[in-house]
Design a protein around this ligand. Structure first.
Ligand code: BV8
Length: 254
């Protein structure tokens, strides 16, 4: 990735009036959070994560799915924001506003300093009643509950339904407010920075297409080509932890 491309990207961001960001698992890779395909090692190697992250799997075997999320939460616990997260917060400070639409279920953007983060797929650290018996979502702090962890998930203290992670599974609708906000941003931004996503999962992957249709410029940060690369104005072919701090430094020199 050459300096001229860094300069071009910095100039586009500097000139934008309404920039926004879309991120995927790649922005958290350098924090040591494996994408959920990579996390399937050891005894989990026999499972397809896409089959586990579904309401059907949870209905069929709540303990298996609960243990899958407990394993991922354990793997995520030591993760810290990496220079890519921190640089996005730095660009927000320079621009005054940089909403981040994320597919990620970690909270590293918030801990990296970004102040507007829209979670399309929920947050893995949170749990909720699987019936949302007190409203959508009925969040439950399992640290307040006692149950036999060997038996799988606890039950909701209000209605007795199983407790589940507050994430969006395949085949489930996304949280309405988050999805509407994401479409609003994609429809009104004049620049979208797309970081660390393969562009496979919809409707998240629609966001750059919506932005493009509305005349926005597109910058991608990804060491590998994605489904979205052909639609990009600029492709910074590098890890986000390396490219984003260089873009921020170039903006600060302008
Ligand atoms: C929905 C939470 C309406 C859970 C996740 C057929 C049947 C049924 C449904 C569908 C179907 N075909 C399509 C669908 C829709 C489906 C879908 O998109 N399926 C895919 C598999 C084709 N979507 C849904 O079901 C969504 N809901 O559409 O509702 C509906 C309702 C009923 C029926 C139909 C439609 C819900 C999708 C949400 C799923 N939940 N997460 C959990 O985490 O357990 S998705 C999960 O996977 C992540 O959240 C993330 O979104 C996704 C992985 O995508 P990425 O983030 O892009 O990560 P990936 O690993 O793919 O790529 C990483 C990238 O980083 C790579 O490009 C790599 O090169 C790059 N990278 C690597 N290192 C770095 C880097 N980049 C920068 N720096 C680095 N260092």
């Amino acid at each position: 990735m050459t300096d001229p491309l860094i300069q071009q990207a910095a100039a586009l961001i500097q000139a934008s009036k309404r920039p926004c960001v879309l991120t995927g698992a790649g922005v958290s890779k350098e924090s040591g959070i494996p994408t959920f395909r990579d996390v399937m090692d050891g005894l989990w190697a026999q499972y397809d994560p896409q089959q586990l992250a579904t309401p059907t799997a949870f209905a069929r075997d709540p303990k298996l799915v609960w243990d899958f999320y407990e394993m991922r939460r354990e793997r995520m616990r030591p993760a810290q924001p990496n220079p890519g997260h921190v640089a996005l917060a730095g660009i927000e400070r320079l621009k005054g506003d940089l909403p981040i639409i994320t597919q990620n279920v970690d909270d590293l953007h918030e801990r990296g300093g970004s102040t507007q983060v829209i979670h399309l797929h929920g947050l893995i650290a949170r749990n909720k009643c699987s019936r949302d018996c007190q409203g959508d979502p009925t969040l439950i702090d399992v640290n307040q509950l006692t149950w036999d962890h060997e038996s799988g998930p606890p039950t909701c203290p209000q209605c007795g339904a199983l407790v589940r992670p507050d994430v969006v599974w395949f085949g489930e609708m996304l949280p309405r407010a988050s999805l509407e906000r994401a479409y609003e941003l994609a429809s009104t931004c004049d620049l979208m920075i797309v970081v660390g996503t393969s562009g496979i999962v919809t409707p998240a992957a629609d966001m750059p297409r919506v932005a493009r249709r509305n005349g926005a410029r597109l910058i991608e940060v990804n060491p590998y080509a994605s489904d979205l690369t052909p639609t990009m104005d600029i492709w910074l072919q590098a890890p986000s932890g390396e490219a984003l701090p260089r873009v921020l430094a170039a903006m600060e020199r302008m």
